[in-house]
Design a protein around this ligand. Structure first.
Ligand code: TRP
Length: 339
């Protein structure tokens, strides 16, 4: 098995990122590397320039994010951790795949439509070809599985389409070049919502800091945010179905279940019939207990810039060694001579 996944270096990691993606990356690292497979996890700094950005912030966020990933349990000795910028082969392969990807395929991408909005003429070309770079990210390493959230499934299907068409067009049937990557959407990948509005995703761009729990939040801040989280006046139901139409209650229970490594049913078994006056302190304490050690490691690591840069550099070296042979075969398949 070869696992490859990326995350945009937005900075300010929050509980939504942790429960939605990173926790699963750690679990896969622990399982897959023990079985002799490889995990490559990277910060998608090349993708970040598809939207307006501040260069100094991008560099700072990339470092902050690698500190957060390591603090959450990703181990640079077992997983290959890097930022895309260290591995020019991503961008090279993207260019080669641009010959295979079709305009029509990219035009159908919902993320492109959402992010470009009404102003397609003013959107960057990088935003349009973003999914081709994402395909290159995984095809370069012959990824077998790509852990992603539901929202990235369409991009993964596109990567498979590109791989398939390239194999058809430029390889013989018995020697396809690219492995078709399978999206892996962990069933328990919780979609964590805002603490102020249970219908909105928890997000670093929400103007209210009370809407999210940040990796940098102290124990007091976490307790405060949970206490002030929006709820309804009803007690908790004893079964899952009773959470329908109660997005805030549903979200808090889902957070509890995810943090406890339990299930929504089990949490309701314990707290069904109780009001939020009892549930919220229990949730706050659980969060403090689980996030405290991560927070502590993060704050210390964040200061050690030479160590962070060394992790990215070494990870980049290992990633290049894995990716270069596939890139060379791609050039060969296309009839492009080098050296
Ligand atoms: N587009 C992904 C996101 O926004 C990040 C990403 C970039 C990615 N390249 C990837 C995810 C390759 C999986 C595999 O979440």
């Amino acid at each position: 098995m070869r696992i490859v996944s990326g995350i945009q270096p937005t900075g300010n990691l929050h509980l939504g990122n942790y429960l939605g993606a990173i926790r699963n990356w750690v679990a896969m690292q622990d399982k897959v590397t023990a079985e002799g497979g490889e995990c490559l996890y990277f910060l998608a700094d090349l993708h970040a320039i598809s939207m307006p950005h501040v260069p100094a912030d991008l560099a700072a966020n990339t470092r902050e994010m690698i500190a957060a990933l390591v603090a959450c349990g990703l181990d640079p000795e077992r997983s290959i951790l890097f930022n895309q910028g260290q591995v020019p082969q991503h961008a090279e392969l993207q260019w080669l795949l641009n010959g295979t990807a079709r305009m029509g395929w990219l035009n159908r991408m919902t993320q492109w439509k959402d992010k470009a909005g009404k102003n397609r003429e003013g959107a960057s070309v990088a935003l349009f070809t973003y999914p081709v770079l994402q395909a290159a990210d995984v095809l370069l390493y012959q990824a077998t599985h790509v852990p992603v959230g539901e929202d990235q499934k369409q991009h993964l299907e596109l990567a498979r389409d590109i791989a398939q068409k390239f194999n058809n067009d430029f390889c013989t049937e018995d020697a396809p070049l690219f492995t078709l990557p399978a999206p892996f959407i962990p069933p328990e990948a919780a979609r964590i919502m805002s603490l102020r509005d249970g219908t909105q995703k928890m997000s670093k761009s929400d103007p209210s800091d009370m809407s999210r729990i940040n990796m940098t939040d102290s124990a007091d801040t976490i307790m405060q945010k949970v206490k002030k989280a929006k709820t309804d006046p009803e007690p908790l139901p004893s079964e899952k179905a009773g959470l329908e139409g109660r997005p805030e209650a549903k979200n808090l229970v889902a957070i509890y279940a995810a943090m406890a490594g339990s299930t929504v049913d089990a949490v309701l078994g314990e707290f069904g019939g109780e009001g939020f006056g009892k549930f919220k302190p229990a949730l706050g304490e659980l969060l403090v207990e689980k996030l405290g050690p991560i927070n502590e490691r993060f704050l210390a690591l964040r200061e050690d810039i030479p160590a962070l840069d060394a992790i990215l550099r070494k990870g980049g070296e290992k990633a290049r060694a894995l990716g270069i042979p596939t890139l060379q075969k791609t050039y060969d398949a296309l009839g492009i001579m080098r050296g």
